[in-house]
Design a protein around this ligand. Structure first.
Ligand SMILES: Cc1cc2nc3c(=O)[nH]c(=O)nc-3n(C[C@H](O)[C@H](O)[C@H](O)COP(=O)(O)O)c2cc1C
Length: 182
């Protein structure tokens, strides 16, 4: 398959959109991630690809824990904020309501759709990213008055631009897409 064909196929992969959060040495940190999926039922596990140059990967390695926060449809701006590099935007969680998750204290978003706290069970180099496999310990759905009618934020790929205009999708963040499909 040539490079152009690969790019075309990759652009059509559908993704969710999450905030990966972590605490280490008294510092809270978070980043937006879309390369994330459940990886096992029993025990329940998730895997996330985290950029090797990020601040997050170092903190996850050091604390051996992280949290995955599900974002709500209305939290697109938050996804954009946490999606900036910490070089340009230090203390990205400042001003965002969080509380420490029970096991390792990863800061979980109080106003998100829900969260899981994970213990790192393996990491695997994957080019410019590292795959982090986490076993889910604590979990909680957010307490929202909207209840089950709330919708999760999803990443819409470049090929979904037209859909975005029709408002059937909630997030279009092309800068990341350029990174994802170099
Ligand atoms: C929509 C979107 C999705 C992203 N998905 C990922 C991802 O899956 N993995 C990743 O390493 N970075 C991803 N990023 C980039 C990181 O959020 C960003 O580079 C991060 O803030 C840098 O990490 P740091 O703050 O820990 O240094 C994404 C950014 C955006 C805007």
């Amino acid at each position: 398959m040539d490079d152009a064909a690969k790019k075309t196929v990759l652009r059509h992969f559908p993704y969710g959109l999450y905030a990966v959060t972590v605490a280490h040495d008294g510092e809270d940190h978070g980043m937006t991630a879309n390369w994330l999926t459940q990886a096992a039922f029993d025990p329940p596990m998730v895997v996330v690809a985290i950029e090797n140059t990020s601040k997050t990967i170092g903190m996850v390695r050091d604390s051996h824990h992280f949290a995955i926060n599900l974002l709500l449809k209305g939290q697109r701006d938050l996804a954009g904020k946490l999606g900036r590099s910490s070089d340009q935007a230090p203390q990205k969680l400042k001003g965002i309501k969080t509380k420490p998750a029970p096991v390792a204290g990863a800061p979980v978003l109080v106003d998100g759709l829900g969260w899981v706290e994970c213990r790192v069970v393996a990491t695997l180099p994957a080019g410019d990213h590292t795959l982090v496999l986490g076993e889910i310990g604590a979990r909680r759905r957010g307490a929202h008055p909207g209840g089950s009618g709330l919708q999760v934020l999803r990443l819409i790929t470049a090929s979904g631009r037209r859909l975005a205009r029709r408002k059937s999708c909630t997030a279009l963040l092309p800068r990341r897409l350029n990174q994802a499909v170099p």
